[in-house]
Design a protein around this ligand. Sequence first.
Ligand code: SF4
Length: 249
Amino acid sequence: MGEVTGIEWTDRTFNPWIGCQEVGTDCDNCYARIMNNIWKWNGGTWGPHAPRKRTAESTWKNPLRWAKEAAETGKSLRVFCASLADVFDNQAPDGARDDLFDLIRKTPELDWQLLTKRPENISKMLPADWNDGYANVWLGVTAGNQEYYDRRWSILRGIPAKARFISYEPALGPLKIAGHWGHYPDWIICGGESGSKARYMEPQWAYDLRDECRRLDVAFFMKQMTKKAPIPDDLLVREFPERRRRLAD
Ligand code: SF4
C-alpha cells in the first residue's frame, strides 16, 4: 500500500478503507481485488459480503503530512482517493466517510481526486456543507465505454464540484462525449487495461477522444496503452483541468 504512487495523473494515493464489490464489467479485472487476494488486507475476500476494513491510523495521518509538505513547497499535491475501495460505497465502515471529509476539510493544500463507479450515491453521501463543492475536491466517475459514460456522467454532471472528470480506463469501447448532454467534463483520463487478462483498447479510440477533447476544450490525459505498451509520440498528451492549473499557480 504505497503512498507515493505510480499512477501518472496523481501524486499520492490514500485509502480510507479497503474492500469493495463489483458493479459492472469494468470491474472484471479489478486491480484492488487481485492485490487483495495476494495481500489479504481485509482478510482476503471481495464482494458483497466482504468486510470493508478501515486503514490504520498511521495511514490516516499521511495526508496531514502531505499537506504540510505542500504548504512548505508552495506546490499543491494531488491525492487519488481511493485505489482499493470506492468512496461512495454504501458498505463503507461506520463513520469512515465522515472522517474522510473532515480530513479533506483540514487539508486545503491538497487537491483530492475522488473517483467512483457509484455516482448514484454521491449526492446523498456528500457532507452537509458541500454547497457548490469544496475548493480542493475533484469528483470523477469511471466510464470505459459509451454505455457507462451515458449512465454515470448523466448523474455526475448535475452534482456541483470544482472539477468533474471521467476516467476512461479501462477503455472497453469507443467513447464520444459530445452530443449527449451539452455539458462536458473538465478532464478525461484515457487508458488501456493492464494485466495478463487485459482487454484490448483500439488506439483509434484514444486518438478520436483526444481530438474531440481538443474541439471541446476539455483537458485530456493519456495515461497508458493496453498492457502498458509505449504510448505513440503523437498521442502523448498529458493535460490537467484548468481549475487545477489555477489552483497550482
Ligand atoms: S468499483 Fe473499483 S474497487 Fe470496486 S470492484 Fe470495481 S474496480 Fe474494484
